[in-house]
Design a protein around this ligand. Structure first.
Ligand code: CP
Length: 309
């Protein structure tokens, strides 16, 4: 079975069956990581172009490792040294890569809809690696994979997405994925970081809670979002210490959740702001497992898109 789509742009448009297919396909790829040879010939002869207009450590390297473990070639377009600096448009850069006969363009861009724009104009497979505040679908999928690996069934699981919801594409992708898989989602953060359109977007499918102690009670998992200093408009929060006091995930707050509550964070972390180091490095943290799982999930996405109609 393959995905019946050329591109992966978001989780909102994925069906539950498509999400399950991606997660199931990722499982055997993860098993490969314990072998001495971690590579399969599946995408030999294919080329994956990495087109990142924003900084990234995890996602960029994860896609590169995923492509290489599938035996694909990778080209990493250093946007800072490219013709983008001479004013070349996104579409012209995309068309240039297509003319070089790459098979995939993995794009991260500060504007919502950038991946969709390339998807509409190009025949190559487009994978959204994060567009503005819209979505970061492979992050959402790797978070689902991590939760499912630990708890088997996502249905009925109580998951809190905590922090800067307003600026977070990770929050949107996670919320869509969790809702489709039947989890109970609570969005928690200060009112100024909870956009009004959330109600319209998710309706009654998510619970909104501004009180962190209430939100984490009986939680099975807490996904802590990064405070995005680069997207933060002045004055949205009084100060980082005040934010930490009210919304930081500390050992004291974590004690209010279920005993085996999992802690996730997409990274990069602001230790001591949205998450205490004791929590990030503690026994309930699955943050580094998320990173490992990200490679397996991205291998699954590349593999399934390559075989799509
Ligand atoms: N989680 C995530 O997107 O991290 P990077 O910005 O390092 O890719």
């Amino acid at each position: 079975m393959n995905l019946k789509r050329k591109d992966l742009l978001d989780i909102e448009s994925l069906s539950k069956e498509e999400i399950e297919l991606i997660l199931e396909t990722a499982r055997p790829f993860k098993k490969l990581f314990t072998q001495s040879i971690k590579r399969v010939p599946t995408l030999r002869g294919k080329t994956v172009a990495l087109l990142f207009y924003e900084p990234s450590t995890r996602t960029r390297i994860s896609f590169e490792v995923a492509a290489k473990r599938l035996s694909a070639d990778t080209v990493d377009l250093a946007v800072g040294n490219s013709s983008v600096q001479k004013g070349e448009s996104l579409i012209d850069t995309g068309r240039t890569l297509e003319a070089m006969k790459v098979d995939f363009v993995v794009i991260r861009h500060p504007e919502n809809g950038a991946a969709k724009l390339l998807s509409d104009k190009l025949k190559v497979h487009i994978v959204n690696a994060g567009d503005g505040t819209h979505e970061h679908p492979t992050q959402g999928l790797l978070d689902l994979f991590t939760l499912k690996e630990k708890r088997k069934d996502l249905k009925g699981m109580r998951v809190v997405i905590l922090g800067d919801i307003a600026h977070s594409r990770v929050a949107r992708s996670n919320a869509w994925g969790l809702i489709k898989m039947g989890a109970k989602v609570t969005l928690c953060g200060p009112p100024a970081l909870m956009p009004a359109e959330l109600g319209k977007m998710f309706g009654k499918a998510v619970h909104i809670e501004h009180d962190l102690a209430k939100a984490v009670r009986s939680a099975d998992a807490i996904n802590v979002l990064r405070i995005q200093k680069e997207r933060m408009m002045d004055g949205l929060i009084p100060s980082f210490p005040v934010y930490t006091e009210q919304y930081g995930l500390t050992p004291k707050i974590l004690k209010l959740a279920k005993k085996d509550c999992l802690v996730l964070h997409p990274g990069p972390m602001n230790r001591g702001i949205e998450i205490a180091s004791e929590v990030a490095d503690g026994p309930r943290s699955v943050i580094l497992e998320q990173v490992t799982n990200g490679i397996a999930v991205r291998m699954a996405v590349l593999y399934l898109l390559a075989g799509s109609k």
